[in-house]
Write a protein that binds this ligand. Structure first.
Ligand SMILES: Cc1ncc(COP(=O)(O)O)c(C=O)c1O
Length: 400
């Protein structure tokens, strides 16, 4: 009898007791709207922003309703308008090109490398064109961080504004610098499967007072922006308050209360995630036909999921691995399927965007397999998951 894994790949940990207590207090007093405060009270939303800015080392932070909303707000704040083109990763998830489309702009996809990061040579080539876009929405997809020093050199040299999508890199670093601290703005998600969980939610950071003043008004601050403890000074708002539309997407006090206690534990949680990642990585290393993603020394990742490649395998052979793993309780998501499924879709299924020919990306997407590693899995669970994948890859290798 082959061993079968019985854990649940979508089961996150419970909210910490402090978060539950804080949330209950908000429910009991009923002041859920972030600007609804009693005399002398500071809202959880404002405190969350202050704490997150301190944690990320940014001057300003804004809490909003989702990661996708945070990205769209950043795009608007840096001046992206309907009809503009915005560079972004071809390997990412649907909310990223979706945020670009939500402001009426068009994604321009950049190829992915075997390290699962943006292809900087392709980016350079795109920027050499006369109609090159002026904004890059850089998605640190599945926590893989490109050479940020080189990326910033390329973008600075071309005058390109970088917005970082840090939905999968909260707390990660490149060369000691926190993910999200290279670009003009950075967006984070607090949706259930991310590093902190409020069901839905997003955070945006920046050091630029004008961008953040715009973002705060965009998020639906009315003229209550001075209640933001992690916002720029009033002068910044004076410049933009009459010309910036309110596109409501505020964070509420209930979710902010849930998040504050989790952010306080972020480093320990990230260490626990990485411990699980390393066990799976070790378990899969040197499996014939399977490529483990080598991580550069400069990257301090924070992995809540695991990716590996079955490069140049046939579709049938990959499907066999996925099916056999599934029959043993291990859920692999495949980015190579012709049809979008579940959370997984690919650049050529986003048909509201122009679909370029991206041969390098096509080859890699056909081979990417992805699994979640929630913290409800023990280290022993991760050992078993790796051994099941290893066995099934080995047994399908001859069919590849
Ligand atoms: C890479 C990436 N960016 C952005 C988002 C958007 O986050 P949200 O679901 O909070 O809108 C997600 C969500 O899954 C994501 O995976």
């Amino acid at each position: 009898m082959k061993e079968r894994f019985t854990g649940n790949f979508t089961q996150q940990e419970p909210i910490p007791d402090e978060g539950i207590e804080a949330a209950l207090e908000v429910l009991r007093h009923g002041r859920l709207h972030r600007y609804n405060v009693a005399e002398g009270e500071t809202s959880h939303a404002a405190l969350l922003e202050q704490e997150f800015a301190a944690q990320m080392g940014s001057k300003y932070a804004l809490a909003v309703s989702s990661g996708g909303y945070a990205i769209a707000t950043a795009l608007r704040a840096v001046g992206v308008e309907a009809g503009d083109r915005v560079l972004t990763n071809a390997f990412t998830l649907a909310p990223v090109p979706g945020a670009i489309a939500s402001v009426g702009a068009k994604p321009v996809f950049v190829e992915v490398t075997e390290a699962l990061t943006i292809d900087l040579d392709h980016l350079t080539a795109l920027l050499a064109q006369s109609d090159a876009p002026g904004v890059l929405l850089l998605s640190h997809m599945r926590g893989h961080i490109c050479d940020m020093d080189r990326l910033m050199q390329i973008c600075d040299a071309s005058g390109v504004t970088v917005i970082e999508d840090c939905a999968h890199t909260m707390g990660a670093r490149w060369n000691g610098v926190l993910s999200g601290r290279h670009g003009a703005m950075a967006a984070y998600s607090t949706q259930t499967y991310k590093h902190v969980n409020s069901g839905e939610g997003g955070l945006l950071i920046s050091d630029d007072p004008d961008l953040m003043a715009r973002a705060i008004i965009l998020s639906g601050s009315y003229m209550l922006y001075e209640r933001h403890l992690a916002g720029p000074p009033p002068e910044a708002f004076e410049k933009v308050k009459y010309i910036t539309p309110n596109i409501s997407g505020r964070m509420d006090n209930l979710r902010a209360a849930i998040l504050r206690s989790q952010l306080a534990k972020l480093d320990a949680q990230c260490a626990a995630w990485n411990a699980r990642y390393r066990v799976v990585e070790e378990g899969l290393r040197n499996t014939p036909g399977l490529t483990v993603i080598n991580r550069p020394e400069a990257e301090n990742y924070v992995m809540s999921s695991f990716q590996f490649l079955l490069l140049d395998w046939s579709e049938d052979a990959v499907t066999t691995v996925v099916d056999r793993c599934a029959s043993r309780g291990v859920e692999l998501k495949w980015f190579g399927g012709a049809e979008p499924a579940g959370f997984t879709s690919r650049y050529d299924s986003w048909r509201y965007a122009d679909t370029p020919s991206l041969p390098k990306t096509d080859r890699i997407l056909k081979g990417i397999l992805d699994l979640r590693l929630p913290l409800t899995f023990s280290i022993g669970d991760c050992t078993m998951i790796a051994s099941i994948i290893r066995e099934e890859v080995q047994s399908s290798f001859h069919e590849k």
